[in-house]
Write a protein that binds this ligand. Structure first.
Ligand code: G1P
Length: 304
């Protein structure tokens, strides 16, 4: 049965994580802890907060830890129960009870569009959300709810956009847009996946959140391989730009943490740690002292 309500989230998680080797030699990059939670849990929590309790993860080889993380851990639970360690037991239960988790393997890693196409059977003929694990969106700045609202009101597909430094535009899908009456909503007139440096048609980048019309599936079946020889979701959406009701963008101005490479990952851990009520009050003054000591060292005053 067709429904306009978005209830399902699809999370592609089949990437090899080569940027984090050797950490990711035997462990999926999605399990890297951001403070004390694996990155993937933030993403599942975000989906659930937006009302999407049905989560399909597109995985691959070496990804068993993902399934284990969202499953029962009976020995561990028993141990914590015996010790009366209620808080840690709650943390263990939380990731198990979070959502209805489903998994499908991608097989050949042929790109993001190919990964999303693997969700077709599970999703059926309904709009659905796609969340990419490298981007974490601060729960205080809800983005997905807004995107679901815009998709409901305008129809078609919706992508999340963010203004980026033009020098980094070649790392993203880039959109050309026209304004709408809503300050944070644009109509997309063109999309290009990772334009070569200096050729981006704008500085509006797709960040890893999508609300997609199921009409994207037949397009993904036929779209030609694009950048990197891969089936690109951006290319499929570009084909839908001129098919009514088209593709819209929600411009996100909130807090986003990129965990896709080592430097951004470090920044994300620090940003999230200083904001934590259990760690921030101790961590932040230490960080300030550390930075001050480094500055002093650089200015040559220490040891002189
Ligand atoms: C993917 C998309 C790209 C988007 C980016 C956001 O690229 O293909 O359009 O801008 O995610 O993080 P990836 O970073 O997976 O190569």
């Amino acid at each position: 049965m067709t429904s306009d309500r978005v209830t399902k989230a699809v999370i592609p998680a089949a990437g090899l994580g080569t940027r984090f080797l050797p950490a990711t030699k035997a462990m999926p990059k999605e399990m890297l802890p951001v403070v004390d939670k694996p990155a993937i849990q933030y993403v599942v929590e975000e989906a659930v907060a937006a009302g999407l309790n049905d989560v399909l993860m597109i995985t691959g080889r070496n990804k068993n830890a993902l399934e284990n993380h969202f499953d029962r851990a009976t020995e561990l639970e028993y141990l914590l129960e015996t010790k009366g360690d209620i808080d840690r037991l709650a943390a263990v239960h939380h990731s198990t009870d979070l959502a209805r988790m489903h998994y499908v393997r991608q097989g050949d890693p042929r790109g993001l569009g190919h990964a999303v196409l693997r969700a077709r059977m599970h999703v059926g003929d309904e709009p659905f959300a796609v969340l990419l694990g490298d981007d974490l969106i601060d729960t205080r700045d809800p983005l997905l709810e807004r995107m679901i609202g815009v998709a409901g009101a305008r129809g078609g597909s919706v992508v999340a956009l963010m203004e980026v430094d033009p020098l980094t535009a070649h790392r993203y899908g880039i959109a050309t847009v026209v304004r709408t009456r809503d300050d944070d909503v644009v109509r997309i007139t063109g999309l290009v996946e990772k334009p070569p440096l200096g050729t981006a048609p704008s500085n509006l980048a797709i960040i890893g959140r999508y609300v997609l019309d199921p009409g994207v599936f037949p397009v993904l079946e036929t779209v030609a391989p694009g950048r990197g020889g891969e089936i690109q979701l951006t290319d499929a959406l570009q084909e839908l730009v001129h098919v009514a009701p088209g593709v819209h963008g929600v411009i996100f101005r909130g807090r986003r943490y990129d965990t896709g490479d080592r430097l951004d990952y470090l920044k994300a851990v620090v940003q999230l740690a200083v904001d934590r009520s259990d760690l921030g009050p101790d961590f932040e003054p230490w960080l300030e002292e550390f930075i001050a000591a480094r500055a002093e060292l650089r200015s040559g005053r220490v040891g002189a």
